[in-house]
Structures are given as C-alpha cells and as structure tokens.
Write a protein that binds this ligand. Sequence first.
Ligand code: ZN
Length: 287
Amino acid sequence: MEENKGVVEKRARIVTDAAPIAERADASRKPDGKRPTEVDADRFDRQKRVEKWDQATINKQNVLVIGAGALGNEVCKLLFQLGVGKVRIVDFDTVIEANLNRCVFFSPQDAENNTLKADVIARKALADYPHTAVTADARKVEDLEEDVFCQSTAVFGCLDNLGARLHVNAQAYGHAPVFDGGTTGFYGKLQVVSAPSACLECAMSERDYQLLWKRYSCVGEMIDLIDPKAPALATTTSVVAALQVNEFLKAAFGHETLAGKYVYYDGLTHTTETFDVPMRKKCPVHA
Ligand SMILES: [Zn+2]
C-alpha cells in the first residue's frame, strides 16, 4: 500500500481518535477506583493539558480589544474561552442587522435596539464567562487615556481604518504587544508589534500616507472614504482572529512570536506568506 510519508508523520502528531484521551482519564482514576469528577468539572482542564500551559498566566492578563466588530467578536470569544482575567472592549458603535453574518455575540434584538456593541459583548461575558471581568468602553480609541495602554498586557487591533490602527500602534509601542488583524473577503492579515520590533508605521508606504491624508479634511475632521461595506466573511474573520490570539498565547508562554512580521493569509489557497517588516530609521513612533 502506498503511503505519503508526510501525511503519516503529521497524522501521528494529531490525535483524531478519542481512545488515547479516554485511557489518560482512566489512568488518573483515584485509588478507590472512582472517576475523578474534577477533571470534567474544570472548564479549563483540556487546555491545561497543552505543553507549558499555565492557567494562572492567562488569568493574570489584562487585555485591550480595540474594535467590537467581526474580528473583535471573535477575538473576545477566544479570550473568554481561554479564561483571560480582564478584557476592556473599546468601540463607540452600535449593532446593526448587517453585523449578524459574522459577529457571534450579536442578536437581532441588539440590532433592533441599536445597542452598543461593547455593551452587548460585556453582557454576554457576564452571563457565560465568569472567569473574565469585562469592561465596555464606548469611546473612540483616540479618546483613551495613555494609562489604558500602559496597564495592558496585550492589545488587539480589530479595526477597519488605518488612522485608528496607527494611533493604537503609537500609544501601545513600548508598553504592550499589539496583535493587529484585518480581513477582506477570503484574504486576511496579521501583524505583530512588540518593542523593539518594527511597528505598523514602519510598514507604511508613501501611498498609504497619501490615502491617510485624503481621509482628513482641512479642519482635521476624519472623512470616511473607506467603503464600510467591504466584503467580509465569517470564515476569514475566524481564521485571522485565531491567528491573533494564538500569537498572544505564544507571547504569554514564552514561545518565539511573529513580532516584526507581517502575515498574509489567502483563504482560497489556504496558504500564508510571512514577511519581515524592516525597521524604518525615521519611524515617528520609535526613532
Ligand atoms: Zn515603526
């Protein structure tokens, strides 16, 4: 029988048969033969079995999620499931019906009532995720105090505009790592910034700056020229949010991260390309 060596090797790494797990559970039976109920009663038991895992490290995290749209929803879902201790969600927008194809926490009632996105997520967390204390912050990211960034252990960029991304990048640099995600249809991106790595602004091209300036009127008010109805898929959102939170986990447990790199995800070929972002000598954020 012909075998693909690569498939055989990788299959050996991934447990797709429940039997070995059942055996492990049997092996942990108490001396009196009773099955230890604590194992199944512990919400985090299965993730605690991951190599180098330390639940206390996750519980100590104080995380800032900027943007409560599609990516923000997915990122929050993962942070709550992991048992992150504190999450602050920053978004001044309200729920609309067109959010419901890709935002796990929003319901038709939320859209009908135009409820604040951050409030909805905080309410759902309170009901289902008692290990996470959630603060809903209905402000523009530009209105956040510097302290908010200084006190955070990680910042998630879940935004749809460059100006806000750059603000988050500049405020967080040197204080907390930034895991910045973005999607368009089947395509997505992840950029990880952790001082002294290159930052989001290091990756800016002349064209990006021109686009950015076009977004501001002569009185400095933001004009939204980016189409808010850009193509958005729940599948791509899930993948990119998972990449963002996975990098956060790696950082928390001391694994080498993708700091200073830009990852491009192509959902049509299921490939990622990872690029080094060169440090810009005159970057206004850290030069
Ligand atoms: Zn930079």
